[in-house]
Design a binder for this molecule. Structure first.
Ligand code: CP
Ligand code: NVA
Length: 306
Protein backbone atom coordinates (compact mmCIF):
# COMPACT_ATOMS: atom_id res chain seq x y z
CA UNK A 1 0.00 0.00 0.00
CA UNK A 2 1.33 3.45 -0.90
CA UNK A 3 2.25 5.62 2.08
CA UNK A 4 -0.70 7.67 3.24
CA UNK A 5 -0.08 11.38 3.54
CA UNK A 6 -1.47 13.03 6.66
CA UNK A 7 -1.46 16.69 7.72
CA UNK A 8 -1.05 16.49 11.47
CA UNK A 9 1.50 19.28 11.90
CA UNK A 10 2.52 22.10 9.59
CA UNK A 11 5.94 20.54 8.95
CA UNK A 12 4.35 17.36 7.59
CA UNK A 13 4.44 19.21 4.25
CA UNK A 14 7.61 20.36 2.49
CA UNK A 15 8.18 23.85 1.09
CA UNK A 16 7.54 22.49 -2.38
CA UNK A 17 4.25 20.82 -1.35
CA UNK A 18 3.10 23.98 0.44
CA UNK A 19 3.85 26.16 -2.55
CA UNK A 20 1.89 23.73 -4.72
CA UNK A 21 -1.07 23.94 -2.31
CA UNK A 22 -0.97 27.76 -2.28
CA UNK A 23 -0.97 27.84 -6.09
CA UNK A 24 -3.84 25.36 -6.25
CA UNK A 25 -5.77 27.32 -3.60
CA UNK A 26 -5.54 30.42 -5.80
CA UNK A 27 -6.81 28.49 -8.82
CA UNK A 28 -9.59 26.74 -6.87
CA UNK A 29 -10.65 30.09 -5.38
CA UNK A 30 -10.83 31.55 -8.89
CA UNK A 31 -13.11 28.71 -10.02
CA UNK A 32 -15.35 29.23 -7.01
CA UNK A 33 -15.55 33.00 -7.51
CA UNK A 34 -16.50 32.48 -11.16
CA UNK A 35 -19.24 29.96 -10.28
CA UNK A 36 -17.38 27.25 -12.23
CA UNK A 37 -17.99 23.71 -11.07
CA UNK A 38 -14.90 21.74 -10.07
CA UNK A 39 -15.67 18.23 -8.85
CA UNK A 40 -12.43 16.22 -8.59
CA UNK A 41 -13.63 14.49 -5.41
CA UNK A 42 -16.95 13.19 -6.68
CA UNK A 43 -18.09 10.17 -4.61
CA UNK A 44 -15.44 10.83 -1.96
CA UNK A 45 -16.49 11.15 1.68
CA UNK A 46 -14.91 13.32 4.34
CA UNK A 47 -15.58 12.43 7.99
CA UNK A 48 -15.18 15.35 10.40
CA UNK A 49 -14.73 14.51 14.08
CA UNK A 50 -15.15 17.32 16.58
CA UNK A 51 -14.26 17.00 20.26
CA UNK A 52 -14.30 20.81 20.64
CA UNK A 53 -16.58 23.56 19.33
CA UNK A 54 -16.14 25.12 15.88
CA UNK A 55 -17.75 27.48 13.41
CA UNK A 56 -15.13 28.12 10.70
CA UNK A 57 -13.45 24.73 10.63
CA UNK A 58 -16.67 22.79 10.32
CA UNK A 59 -18.18 25.15 7.80
CA UNK A 60 -15.09 25.39 5.59
CA UNK A 61 -14.45 21.64 5.50
CA UNK A 62 -18.08 20.70 4.99
CA UNK A 63 -18.78 23.34 2.34
CA UNK A 64 -15.37 22.69 0.75
CA UNK A 65 -15.95 18.96 0.35
CA UNK A 66 -19.40 19.58 -1.19
CA UNK A 67 -17.92 22.13 -3.58
CA UNK A 68 -15.35 19.54 -4.71
CA UNK A 69 -18.17 17.13 -5.53
CA UNK A 70 -17.89 14.94 -2.42
CA UNK A 71 -19.83 14.69 0.79
CA UNK A 72 -19.02 15.33 4.44
CA UNK A 73 -20.22 13.65 7.62
CA UNK A 74 -20.07 15.39 10.99
CA UNK A 75 -19.40 13.38 14.16
CA UNK A 76 -18.95 14.77 17.63
CA UNK A 77 -17.96 13.31 20.94
CA UNK A 78 -21.33 13.98 22.51
CA UNK A 79 -23.42 11.72 20.32
CA UNK A 80 -21.02 9.13 18.95
CA UNK A 81 -19.27 6.23 20.68
CA UNK A 82 -16.10 8.35 20.78
CA UNK A 83 -17.39 10.03 23.92
CA UNK A 84 -18.09 6.69 25.57
CA UNK A 85 -14.57 5.37 25.68
CA UNK A 86 -14.18 3.48 22.39
CA UNK A 87 -10.41 3.26 21.84
CA UNK A 88 -9.21 5.79 19.29
CA UNK A 89 -7.38 3.01 17.44
CA UNK A 90 -10.64 1.09 16.96
CA UNK A 91 -12.49 4.19 15.86
CA UNK A 92 -9.76 4.89 13.31
CA UNK A 93 -9.99 1.38 11.86
CA UNK A 94 -13.75 1.63 11.41
CA UNK A 95 -14.08 5.24 10.31
CA UNK A 96 -11.27 4.95 7.76
CA UNK A 97 -12.90 1.87 6.16
CA UNK A 98 -16.03 3.88 5.41
CA UNK A 99 -14.51 7.16 4.23
CA UNK A 100 -11.80 8.62 2.02
CA UNK A 101 -10.39 11.33 4.27
CA UNK A 102 -10.79 12.33 7.93
CA UNK A 103 -10.49 15.67 9.73
CA UNK A 104 -10.21 15.72 13.51
CA UNK A 105 -10.43 18.50 16.11
CA UNK A 106 -9.41 17.17 19.49
CA UNK A 107 -7.35 17.74 22.65
CA UNK A 108 -3.84 16.24 22.83
CA UNK A 109 -1.84 15.86 19.62
CA UNK A 110 -1.17 12.28 20.72
CA UNK A 111 -4.84 11.42 20.06
CA UNK A 112 -4.70 12.44 16.41
CA UNK A 113 -1.36 10.66 15.96
CA UNK A 114 -2.82 7.42 17.33
CA UNK A 115 -5.80 7.84 15.02
CA UNK A 116 -3.57 8.43 11.98
CA UNK A 117 -1.39 5.42 12.80
CA UNK A 118 -4.50 3.23 12.52
CA UNK A 119 -6.14 4.96 9.58
CA UNK A 120 -6.31 3.70 6.01
CA UNK A 121 -6.97 7.22 4.72
CA UNK A 122 -5.38 10.68 5.12
CA UNK A 123 -6.00 12.46 8.41
CA UNK A 124 -6.06 16.26 8.76
CA UNK A 125 -5.54 18.14 12.02
CA UNK A 126 -8.47 20.55 12.47
CA UNK A 127 -6.90 21.84 15.74
CA UNK A 128 -5.33 20.15 18.74
CA UNK A 129 -4.03 21.61 21.99
CA UNK A 130 -0.61 21.83 20.32
CA UNK A 131 -1.25 22.84 16.69
CA UNK A 132 -3.68 24.37 14.20
CA UNK A 133 -1.99 23.76 10.82
CA UNK A 134 -5.01 24.48 8.57
CA UNK A 135 -5.28 27.93 10.14
CA UNK A 136 -1.71 28.84 9.29
CA UNK A 137 -2.14 27.52 5.74
CA UNK A 138 -4.99 30.02 5.36
CA UNK A 139 -3.07 32.82 7.09
CA UNK A 140 -0.01 32.46 4.88
CA UNK A 141 -2.15 32.17 1.75
CA UNK A 142 -3.85 35.42 2.83
CA UNK A 143 -0.48 37.08 3.36
CA UNK A 144 0.65 35.98 -0.11
CA UNK A 145 -2.54 37.37 -1.68
CA UNK A 146 -2.01 40.77 -0.04
CA UNK A 147 1.76 41.12 0.03
CA UNK A 148 3.43 38.34 -2.01
CA UNK A 149 5.88 35.74 -0.67
CA UNK A 150 6.28 35.50 3.11
CA UNK A 151 9.93 34.39 2.79
CA UNK A 152 12.20 36.71 4.78
CA UNK A 153 9.27 38.64 6.29
CA UNK A 154 8.62 39.20 9.99
CA UNK A 155 5.49 38.09 11.82
CA UNK A 156 4.81 39.40 15.34
CA UNK A 157 2.93 36.99 17.57
CA UNK A 158 1.49 38.76 20.62
CA UNK A 159 -0.09 36.79 23.49
CA UNK A 160 -0.33 33.14 24.37
CA UNK A 161 2.17 30.58 23.07
CA UNK A 162 -0.72 28.33 22.10
CA UNK A 163 -1.55 25.95 19.24
CA UNK A 164 -1.73 28.77 16.68
CA UNK A 165 1.58 30.26 17.87
CA UNK A 166 3.34 26.87 17.74
CA UNK A 167 2.14 26.41 14.18
CA UNK A 168 3.42 29.85 13.13
CA UNK A 169 6.82 28.85 14.53
CA UNK A 170 6.86 25.60 12.55
CA UNK A 171 5.77 27.43 9.41
CA UNK A 172 8.62 29.92 9.83
CA UNK A 173 11.10 27.03 9.64
CA UNK A 174 9.55 25.47 6.55
CA UNK A 175 8.93 28.73 4.64
CA UNK A 176 11.94 30.67 5.95
CA UNK A 177 10.49 33.74 7.65
CA UNK A 178 10.91 35.19 11.15
CA UNK A 179 8.56 35.32 14.11
CA UNK A 180 8.84 37.82 16.95
CA UNK A 181 7.04 36.30 19.93
CA UNK A 182 5.95 38.18 23.01
CA UNK A 183 4.14 36.32 25.77
CA UNK A 184 3.60 37.25 29.42
CA UNK A 185 6.05 35.64 31.86
CA UNK A 186 5.09 32.02 32.48
CA UNK A 187 3.48 31.58 29.05
CA UNK A 188 6.65 31.33 26.95
CA UNK A 189 7.11 29.07 23.93
CA UNK A 190 7.96 25.47 24.80
CA UNK A 191 10.31 24.50 22.01
CA UNK A 192 9.75 20.76 22.44
CA UNK A 193 5.97 21.03 22.54
CA UNK A 194 6.11 23.19 19.41
CA UNK A 195 8.33 20.51 17.81
CA UNK A 196 10.88 22.98 16.47
CA UNK A 197 14.30 22.23 15.05
CA UNK A 198 15.92 25.18 16.77
CA UNK A 199 15.73 28.86 17.56
CA UNK A 200 16.79 30.28 14.19
CA UNK A 201 13.40 31.52 13.02
CA UNK A 202 12.01 33.13 16.14
CA UNK A 203 13.01 35.67 18.73
CA UNK A 204 11.34 36.25 22.10
CA UNK A 205 10.57 39.74 23.42
CA UNK A 206 9.53 40.66 26.98
CA UNK A 207 7.89 43.83 25.63
CA UNK A 208 5.12 43.29 23.04
CA UNK A 209 5.78 46.77 21.56
CA UNK A 210 9.34 45.68 20.79
CA UNK A 211 8.03 42.48 19.18
CA UNK A 212 5.77 44.52 16.90
CA UNK A 213 8.62 46.76 15.71
CA UNK A 214 9.54 45.98 12.10
CA UNK A 215 6.75 43.41 11.66
CA UNK A 216 5.04 42.87 8.30
CA UNK A 217 2.19 41.08 10.01
CA UNK A 218 0.89 41.39 13.58
CA UNK A 219 -1.23 38.54 14.84
CA UNK A 220 -2.74 37.30 18.05
CA UNK A 221 -5.35 34.89 19.41
CA UNK A 222 -7.60 34.47 22.44
CA UNK A 223 -5.94 34.54 25.84
CA UNK A 224 -7.76 31.37 26.87
CA UNK A 225 -7.91 28.53 24.37
CA UNK A 226 -10.50 25.76 24.38
CA UNK A 227 -9.71 23.26 27.10
CA UNK A 228 -8.05 25.88 29.35
CA UNK A 229 -11.23 27.61 30.55
CA UNK A 230 -10.45 26.98 34.23
CA UNK A 231 -7.50 29.42 33.89
CA UNK A 232 -9.59 32.20 32.34
CA UNK A 233 -9.65 34.70 35.22
CA UNK A 234 -5.94 34.31 35.92
CA UNK A 235 -5.16 34.73 32.22
CA UNK A 236 -7.22 37.91 31.91
CA UNK A 237 -4.98 39.39 34.63
CA UNK A 238 -1.72 38.01 33.24
CA UNK A 239 -2.34 39.07 29.62
CA UNK A 240 -3.69 42.59 30.29
CA UNK A 241 -0.61 44.28 28.72
CA UNK A 242 -0.63 42.01 25.65
CA UNK A 243 -3.52 43.60 23.78
CA UNK A 244 -2.89 44.48 20.12
CA UNK A 245 -4.02 48.10 19.93
CA UNK A 246 -3.49 51.06 17.63
CA UNK A 247 -0.15 52.01 19.25
CA UNK A 248 1.17 48.51 18.70
CA UNK A 249 0.12 48.54 15.03
CA UNK A 250 1.88 51.91 14.64
CA UNK A 251 5.09 50.33 16.00
CA UNK A 252 4.95 47.74 13.19
CA UNK A 253 5.83 48.46 9.56
CA UNK A 254 3.59 51.02 7.93
CA UNK A 255 1.93 48.49 5.63
CA UNK A 256 1.69 45.72 8.26
CA UNK A 257 -1.36 43.50 8.16
CA UNK A 258 -3.35 42.35 11.17
CA UNK A 259 -4.67 38.77 11.43
CA UNK A 260 -6.62 36.80 14.04
CA UNK A 261 -7.80 33.21 13.55
CA UNK A 262 -11.14 34.11 15.21
CA UNK A 263 -13.28 33.97 17.26
CA UNK A 264 -11.95 37.24 18.75
CA UNK A 265 -12.62 39.11 21.98
CA UNK A 266 -12.55 42.84 21.31
CA UNK A 267 -11.14 44.66 24.33
CA UNK A 268 -9.07 41.63 25.39
CA UNK A 269 -6.41 40.37 22.99
CA UNK A 270 -7.30 42.95 20.32
CA UNK A 271 -8.74 46.47 20.34
CA UNK A 272 -11.81 47.04 18.16
CA UNK A 273 -9.94 49.82 16.30
CA UNK A 274 -7.43 47.21 15.09
CA UNK A 275 -9.59 44.22 14.19
CA UNK A 276 -12.17 46.52 12.56
CA UNK A 277 -9.51 48.83 11.12
CA UNK A 278 -7.92 49.26 7.70
CA UNK A 279 -4.94 46.94 8.32
CA UNK A 280 -7.10 44.01 9.37
CA UNK A 281 -7.62 41.17 6.87
CA UNK A 282 -9.48 38.85 9.22
CA UNK A 283 -12.46 38.25 6.91
CA UNK A 284 -10.23 37.29 3.97
CA UNK A 285 -8.30 35.11 6.38
CA UNK A 286 -11.46 33.31 7.52
CA UNK A 287 -12.72 32.85 3.95
CA UNK A 288 -9.39 31.46 2.84
CA UNK A 289 -9.81 28.50 5.18
CA UNK A 290 -12.27 27.26 2.56
CA UNK A 291 -9.96 27.63 -0.43
CA UNK A 292 -6.72 26.30 1.12
CA UNK A 293 -8.44 23.31 2.67
CA UNK A 294 -9.98 22.41 -0.69
CA UNK A 295 -6.47 22.51 -2.15
CA UNK A 296 -5.18 20.46 0.78
CA UNK A 297 -7.83 17.75 0.36
CA UNK A 298 -7.20 17.68 -3.39
CA UNK A 299 -3.47 17.19 -2.75
CA UNK A 300 -3.84 14.52 -0.04
CA UNK A 301 -6.27 12.51 -2.18
CA UNK A 302 -5.09 13.08 -5.74
CA UNK A 303 -1.47 14.23 -5.41
CA UNK A 304 -0.16 17.04 -7.56
CA UNK A 305 -2.91 18.01 -9.95
CA UNK A 306 -1.82 20.22 -12.92
N1 CP B 1 -10.31 29.69 13.54
C1 CP B 1 -11.03 28.57 13.76
O1 CP B 1 -10.52 27.45 13.68
O2 CP B 1 -12.34 28.80 14.05
P1 CP B 1 -13.41 27.75 14.59
O3 CP B 1 -13.02 27.41 16.01
O4 CP B 1 -14.71 28.47 14.50
O5 CP B 1 -13.37 26.52 13.73
N1 NVA C 1 -6.25 28.93 20.27
C1 NVA C 1 -7.67 28.82 20.05
C2 NVA C 1 -7.97 28.76 18.61
C3 NVA C 1 -9.42 28.67 18.25
C4 NVA C 1 -9.66 28.58 16.77
C5 NVA C 1 -8.18 27.57 20.75
O1 NVA C 1 -7.50 26.54 20.71
O2 NVA C 1 -9.25 27.65 21.37
Amino acid sequence: MATIKHFLQFNDLTTDELNHIFARAAWIKGQFKSYRQYWPLQDRTLVMIFEKASTRTRLSFEAGMHQLGGSAIYLNTRDSQLGRGEPVEDAAQVISRMSDIVMIRTFEQEIIERFAANSRVPVINGLTNEYHPCQILADIFTFIEHRGSIKGKTVAWIGDSNNVCNTWLQAAEVLDFNVHVSTPPGYEVEQERANLYGHDHYEEFADPMEAARGADLVTTDVWTSMGFEAENEERIRDFADWQVDGDMMRAANKDALFMHCLPAHRGEEVAAEVIDGAQSVVWDEAENRLHVQKALMEYLLLGKVK
